[in-house]
Write a protein that binds this ligand. Sequence first.
Ligand code: BTN
Length: 245
Amino acid sequence: MLNTAVIPKLILLAEVDSTNNYTAKLLSEQKLTHGTVILAEKQTAGRGQRGNTWISGRNQFTGSFYLDTAFLSAGQLPSLNFAVALAVRDAVASLSGTMAHVKWPNDILVNDKKIAGILIETQWMGAKMRGTIAGIGLNLFREDLEKAVFMEDLCAKTPSYPEMAAVIWRYLSVNVEELRKGNFALVLDRYHEFLWRKGEKQLVSLADGKELEGRIRSVNEHGNLVFETAAGERIFGMQEIRFAY
Ligand code: BTN
């Protein structure tokens, strides 16, 4: 029996351009309940990090969670990223019984291969946060994808879309409550516990094409990577580097 949690509201669509777009449109038309989840069997124009297209078919879990995060300030947004990434990591690890890591800022890896990606988008009313859409693409059934791993390969029984959503929500709801209570350090500590290649030697590519060797030291409260090199510590934002495997 899967250890799940009751999702406040679940909408399952056969096909949509992007579950994040759909949720954003719903939110512009009505007030959404914290924990509303929109799942789609197929996305025709899914979106990924850095403006990339996210191609996904029925083998993938594609879903967006609406989170009432009006209590957060703009400066606290990195904590939300930690909370969402941890929840997806915990869901993958608990369902599969396998170790999973968070590759900064929010890719979820098993055995160095990607199992899930996250696109977090926030809506604002002037300077006040209205809410968050946490979009998750997660590999459920095996397909021909490079450097990827699938729940089907890790679990005795592959979870259905709603089961996957319920397990993610079980962890996500707890993490968001921790943020609501102001326990930011606790969430960041747990994020560090599962940070991919923490303390290990790593090569990164810089925006100018140069490569730099160092060690991932940590991720600071601003969500930036603290990278230790022979010449001293460097702090990188998400757009500034890429990992060379
Ligand atoms: C990444 O680039 O790794 C993030 C991918 C996020 C994809 C998900 S699929 C569900 C949701 N809807 C979207 O259009 N994107 C996110």
